[in-house]
Structures are given as C-alpha cells and as structure tokens.
Design a binder for this molecule. Structure first.
Ligand code: C2E
Ligand code: CA
Ligand code: CA
Ligand code: CA
Length: 273
C-alpha cells in the first residue's frame, strides 16, 4: 500500500513537471512568434530520379531556443497544434520561405501545412495574401498536407484545397501510406503528388517484400496521373529500386540533408553549371 502511494506521488510530481514544462514552452513559443529571431528554416532538396537534377526544396522549421538549443519540429509542432499557435507559426513559415526562395531558380518550394491551418475557412485567402505580399508565384508553391487533415473533419479542408488549386498552388499528400485507407483517399482527393512515407522506403531491403508495396503504390499513382516522391532515401539500393519502379522524385539523406538558405544558394548555383 505504502509503496503504491509512493509511486503515485512520484508519478504526480512527474506529471506536474511535465505540465509546467509544457506551459513554459508554450509561453516561450508565443514570445518567439511575437518577437521574431528564434525561428528559422532549413531546406531539404528533392531530385528528379532519372536526370538527378534538383527539382525543388522543402522548408522545414527549427526553433533556436535561447536556453535549450536548436529544437526540431517534433518537439514543438504538436504543442503549436494543441494550443492554436500553429496558425501564426504556419504563416511565419510560409512568408519566410516565400521571401527566401523567391530568388532561387527552382521549380518548386514545398511547405508543410498542419490540420489546424487547413481547417480554418480563411486559410486559402491567407495564403493568397502572403504570396501577393512576398511576390512568390503560386505555381511554384506546393503545400504538403497529410491524409489525417481530411479525416473526420467538416468541408473546410476540402474547400481550402479547391481554392488553393484554383490559385495554381499544387498539393502533395505527405507521409503517404501511414494513414487509414490511403488508397481510397487518392480517389477522392484532388492532389498533384504523393510523398511515400520513409517507413516504406526503409523497408526496401534486398529481396524483401516491403518493396512490393512501394511498387504497387507507384503503379497506382502513375495510373491516375499523380507525381510520386519517395522520402527518406538513404541507400544506393533504395535509389536504384525506386528508379526501376518509376518513382519520379527522391528525397533523403543520400541525396541531400536539410540545409541553410546559404547552402541552397550555393547548390542552385552549381546546379545551373
Ligand atoms: P516531414 O514533412 O515528413 O519531413 C521529413 C522529415 O524527415 C524531416 O524531419 C527531415 O529532416 C527528415 N528526413 C529527411 N530525409 C531523411 C532521411 O533520409 N532519413 C531520415 N531518417 N530522416 C530524413 P524534421 O525536419 O525533423 O521534420 C519533422 C516533421 O515536422 C516533418 O515531417 C513535418 O511533418 C513537420 N514539420 C516540419 N516543418 C514544419 C512546418 O513548417 N509546418 C508544419 N506544420 N510541420 C512541419
Ligand atoms: Ca513534408
Ligand atoms: Ca513526409
Ligand atoms: Ca514524416
């Protein structure tokens, strides 16, 4: 009994610390959004499979926290989503990426969008305003959304997607294959591209069955006219398999890690030749 209470007290303290940490992190994120200077973007390149040419970059947010160091999105995006801060964070990311990438001679800038942004009825208009402000061409922007953004929601997400596509913005379905009934969504959704989740890419091993799933996904996507990018490409073996089954684009550490804006500038210079 006594031991049980002791464990409970310990657990309650832990919970308390967890809640306090989260509350202070929320306050700090709020301040970072108002004051600026702490958030930054890394850009990861994507490459056309056959030519090997740079095809675009994906913006990935980081938070240079004053005491905790460089925080990766997994540590603060969920918090931003739960607290509603994701809308302001997402607007900052889009504006910053558009301002920075505007000058790069690249076909495509990809930006991630959370469910909390997409379900806001004003989202498509907000994107339009940011593009107008920054002078970034809508047909060079691709927004990456996950299947779960549509699941169990009202019509807002789909309405936003329709409005965005009317502006010439392209839509990619991110982390494809990890959601529930991915294939049925493909039929219903108006998207331009699917990004095959890295869990499928890492299952490409010599002689393994995991490869059959990728092959089937790519065949289906191609049959209905979608572009396919494979995420998380880390080995030559994965690259050659993906190439042999007709995957359009590759992204991953093998080809290019997320990098600073300065590094992208140098990369596009060398790509120009
Ligand atoms: P994601 O959109 O699926 O992005 C790919 C993640 O995989 C990135 O992690 C990237 O650095 C990592 N990655 C890329 N290539 C490889 C590889 O070859 N191997 C491995 N192991 N990992 C690879 P990161 O930057 O930590 O981002 C994590 C997630 O956070 C993203 O997953 C995305 O869902 C979310 N995120 C990032 N930036 C934003 C943003 O601005 N807005 C929103 N809403 N979400 C964001
Ligand atoms: Ca993404
Ligand atoms: Ca992804
Ligand atoms: Ca992911």
């Amino acid at each position: 009994k006594k031991g049980g209470r002791g464990r409970f007290a310990f657990f309650a303290d832990e919970m308390d610390a967890f809640v306090k940490d989260r509350q202070s992190l929320e306050a700090e994120l709020r301040a970072a959004l108002s004051e600026g200077g702490q958030l930054e973007l890394a850009y990861q390149p994507t490459f056309a499979t056959h030519s090997g040419k740079l095809s675009g970059v994906e913006a990935l947010v980081r938070w240079r926290h004053p005491t905790k160091g460089l925080l990766m999105p997994g540590t603060f995006i969920p918090l931003a989503e739960d607290t509603g801060l994701i809308e302001r964070l997402g607007e900052w990311v889009l504006a910053e990426a558009a301002r920075t990438a505007g000058a790069w001679p690249i076909e495509r800038l990809a930006v991630n969008v959370s469910q909390g942004q997409l379900k806001n009825p004003g989202f498509a208009d907000k994107v339009k305003a940011i593009l107008a402000e920054t002078g970034f061409e809508p047909d060079r922007l691709e927004l990456e959304i996950t299947e779960s953004s549509f699941a169990g929601n009202g019509p807002e997400a789909k309405d936003n997607v329709a409005k965005l596509r009317d502006q010439g913005i392209r839509i990619a379905l991110d982390d494809f294959g990890t959601g529930y009934s991915s294939l049925s969504h493909l039929r219903d959704l108006d998207v331009d591209r699917i990004k095959i989740d890295s869990s499928f890419t890492s299952a490409i091993l010599p002689g393994a069955g995991g490869s059959a799933i990728i092959r089937a996904i790519i065949d289906l996507a191609r049959a209905i006219g979608l572009n396919v990018t494979a995420e998380g490409v880390e080995t030559d073996e994965q690259r050659s398999f993906l190439s042999s089954v007709g995957c359009h684009e590759l992204q991953g550490y093998l080809l290019g890690r997320p990098m600073s804006a300065g590094q992208v500038s140098r990369l596009v210079e060398t790509a120009k030749g």
